[in-house]
Ligand binder design. Structure first.
Ligand code: NAP
Length: 464
């Protein structure tokens, strides 16, 4: 659909920096029109039987699965990620529709007696209403389905504002949902280059009752302040700075496999990416050498090339940030065991890099790298490991490898993070509650908790 201004913007291929498509550039009037549509469609969708809502989501899962190859190609084209990563994302993204198709019929309430025996306490759950969903570019399909799935299951209608680097996948998802039977107005997609303005306009509209945001902590803070004006219900999936702890008693083969997954899924462009490697001194040399061997063997190239294991980063700003963080660490005395230099030529490429001798106060350990770089720091003993892991304002996920399960559970409890991968380099699962503590966010996505984010509890005091 055209923007009311008639404006359009280009979508670039990160492998070349060239435009591959253009989309309508939504403005404030289009944002309010999208809220109009969502508000108008709300009552009928909320009154649609949960089984029917679930079956529509199940159909969307099936359509996504049938079209996985084409969707992966599209993701890779606009995001740059390797096709294997893009295929993995389509599977992961579709699973949110399947999971929430099943959750739609599990919206429960409860009934108790008031302690004084005066009445019954009846609690029912109702959809929160019109939701604004704001998503990042790093998982253009999965971050959308992780929000649309539970919103639709709960009976809410939505306006999705995708990242301006990756609007094509969001538009493809909207087409799939329409084909699956989602009525007009229930899902509205608003690509825009003026994200700040359009999201603010929607948050000022009193009909909007929910904001679910995935993106940086910096933007999350701005939106929390804006949401406060109309006391809008918020779910915030923000930045991460995941520690990856390797104790000397760990199975090193498993730790290397886990490290490759935790670091290199999506080329390192994941909020869950291992950002800081803390390795116990006795195994640090061996771990660094083996990780560098594996990282340097990865094939870097255009994401859409079948042989590629690591595609380009999404845009110039991202690759420039990674380059600056690595340069800063090297100037402060770190060594690059592999990688460490941005190549010349077109595209937003950065090589898989392993750094050792990184100082504890280096910026690369404080900020999200969002690229294929693994800085390694050594530690001695459990207490130091926990202190280093918790020395961050973020608290999304942590990984730890140890052969001692009691230590694994003890350290997992002490780590300030919403999720822990214990002898495992991947935590994301539509059936599990995903989310962070500290400045990594508020609320959970996936699991049954993900559905509750889109429901209000209504309490009815009743006598009979
Ligand atoms: P971002 O810059 O915060 O952008 C996220 C979304 O917010 C995009 O749609 C963006 O639109 C929009 N936006 C930017 N400024 C805005 C403003 N002032 N008002 C309203 N919306 C605004 O983040 P990103 O660079 O796309 O994504 C990377 C970040 O997302 C990382 O920090 C990563 O850790 C985080 N992330 C977190 C999770 C999680 O589940 N915790 C998952 C994935 C990613 P434009 O594209 O137009 O700027």
């Amino acid at each position: 659909m055209a923007a009311s201004s008639g404006n359009r913007f280009d979508v670039l291929d990160p492998a070349t920096g060239e435009a591959v498509a253009s989309v309508a550039d939504g403005g404030e009037a289009d944002a309010i029109a999208a809220v109009d549509a969502a508000a108008a469609a709300g009552p009928a969708w909320a009154a649609t039987p949960p089984r029917v809502r679930g079956e529509v989501l199940r159909k969307a899962f099936e359509l996504m699965t049938e079209r996985a190859a084409a969707l992966a190609e599209l993701i890779s084209r606009e995001n740059g990620k390797a096709l294997t990563d893009a295929k993995g994302e389509v599977t992961y993204a579709a699973e949110f529709f399947r999971w929430f198709a099943e959750e739609a019929v599990r919206i429960d309430g409860n009934l108790t007696s008031a302690p004084g025996g005066t009445n019954r306490i009846l609690v029912t759950r109702q959809p929160v209403g019109v939701c604004v969903l704001v998503t990042p570019w790093n998982f253009p399909a999965a971050m959308a389905t992780r929000k649309i799935g539970p919103a639709l299951a709960a009976g809410c209608t939505v306006v999705l504002k995708p990242a301006s680097d990756t609007p094509l996948t969001a538009l493809a998802m909207a087409a799939i949902l329409a084909e699956a039977g989602v009525p007009e107005g229930v899902v509205n997609v608003l690509p825009s280059r003026s994200s700040g303005k359009v999201v603010s306009a929607m948050l000022r509209d009193a009909r909007v009752r929910k904001l679910s945001f995935t993106g940086s902590t910096e933007v999350g803070r701005i939106l929390l302040a804006q949401a406060a004006e109309n006391v809008v219900n918020t779910s915030m999936e923000l930045g991460g700075n995941a520690p990856f702890l390797v104790f000397a008693d760990a199975d090193l083969d498993a730790a290397i496999e886990g490290a490759m997954l935790a670091k290199m899924r999506n080329g390192g462009e994941a909020c869950t990416a291992a950002n800081r490697f803390f390795v116990e001194a006795a195994v640090a040399d061996e771990f660094s050498r083996r990780l560098a061997q594996r990282m340097s063997a990865l094939v870097v190239g255009p994401g859409t090339d079948e042989k590629t294991q690591v595609g380009p980063l999404v845009n110039e700003d991202t690759v420039a940030k990674v380059d600056a963080l690595v340069k800063g660490a090297l100037e402060a005395g770190a060594s690059a065991v592999t990688g460490g230099t941005r190549p010349d030529g077109p595209g937003f490429y950065y090589p898989p890099t392993v750094l050792t001798g990184v100082g504890a106060d280096a910026a690369i350990l404080r900020e999200e790298i969002f690229g294929p770089v693994a800085p390694i720091v050594t530690f001695t003993g459990e207490e130091e490991a926990v202190r280093l892991a918790n020395d961050t304002e973020y608290g999304l996920v942590a990984y730890l490898y140890t052969g001692d399960l009691a230590r694994g559970l003890r350290v997992s409890e002490k780590i300030e993070a919403g999720m822990v991968g214990l002898n495992r380099g991947l935590v994301s699962d539509p059936a599990a509650p995903f989310g962070g503590v500290k400045q990594s966010g508020i609320g959970r996505e996936g699991g049954h908790e993900g559905l509750l984010e889109y429901l209000e509890s209504k309490y009815i005091a009743v006598n009979w």
